[in-house]
Design a protein around this ligand. Structure first.
Ligand code: ADP
Length: 246
């Protein structure tokens, strides 16, 4: 579904991504784990077509991001780190706008929105302005929006930043459940506990992939006693506070 091949990106003399390759299969939840400055945001900007890589290739469902950006982007859903809803519009209006952007008719848009809100337990909030919602519910609306056009690939960029532990868990569980629908998920985070339930963990550090495997495989290869300890060991423990703290 998602294929990244030997992607490189520099800001002036500084290499933010130094030859990164990865793939996410349908129904797979991959955690992209890296301390601050690892290159996660840069990679997400390439995956969402905000700029092109200096070298390498990004493909979504076989469509090259550089040559067929509209087709590639049409198969992606994304929740960015910063909230991007209009606070003064209702939940429904925010979602409807997105549905229309993706070419869905009004009736189909309304049906999908009703479905999504019901799944997330937000049916009662459809007519509320986003401003009236808690941080956790705003994120759920963003997740609903990311899924409204039924993307093959879902990108979550540090999507739990600022949420309380219960909301964080809830959002993670909602996204983990998408595996049964065949969605390929790339979940970027610096919080190791969010990677515990992943099918695969990719450790990114200083623009390079340091390790890749199931959470248990990473623990086994490092000889550490937990994924958190394995991650610290791999990344040199330079970001210890960020690993465990919100
Ligand atoms: P992460 O999201 O994992 O924290 P980033 O992709 O934001 O990592 O950053 C990777 C590296 O690129 C860091 O060293 C960062 O300082 C640098 N960087 C990111 N954005 C810019 C930019 N616009 N200009 C210059 N350097 C940048």
């Amino acid at each position: 579904m998602l294929q990244v091949a030997d992607v490189r990106k520099s800001y002036g003399p500084r290499a933010a991504l130094n030859g990164v390759s990865l793939a996410v299969a349908p129904g797979e939840f991959v955690a992209l784990l890296g301390p601050n400055g690892a290159g996660k945001s840069t990679l997400f900007q390439l995956l969402t077509g905000l700029f092109n890589a200096d070298a390498g290739q990004v493909r979504v469902c076989g469509h090259d991001m550089r040559h067929e950006p509209v087709r590639a982007l049409g198969r992606i859903g994304v929740v960015f780190q910063q909230m991007t809803l209009d606070l003064d519009l209702t939940v429904e209006a925010n979602l409807l706008f997105h549905a229309r952007l993706h070419g869905l008719g009004r009736r189909e848009g309304h049906a999908r929105i009703a479905d999504a809100l019901q799944r997330l337990g937000l049916t009662e909030r459809a007519r509320d302005r986003v401003r009236e919602l808690s941080g956790g519910n705003r994120r759920k609306v963003e997740l609903a929006r990311a899924l409204i056009h039924r993307p093959a690939v879902l990108l979550m960029d540090e999507a739990t930043v600022g949420l309380d532990p219960a909301s964080r868990r809830h959002l993670l569980d909602e996204v983990l459940a998408l595996r049964t629908h065949g969605v390929a998920v790339l979940w970027a985070s610096h919080l190791v506990d969010e990677a515990e339930a992943a099918d695969r963990v990719i450790v990114l550090h200083k623009g390079r992939i340091l390790a890749e495997g199931s959470p248990q495989a990473l623990v086994d290869t490092t000889g550490a006693d937990s994924l958190a300890a394995a991650f610290l060991q791999m990344t040199g423990g330079t970001d210890a506070a960020a690993v465990t703290a919100e």
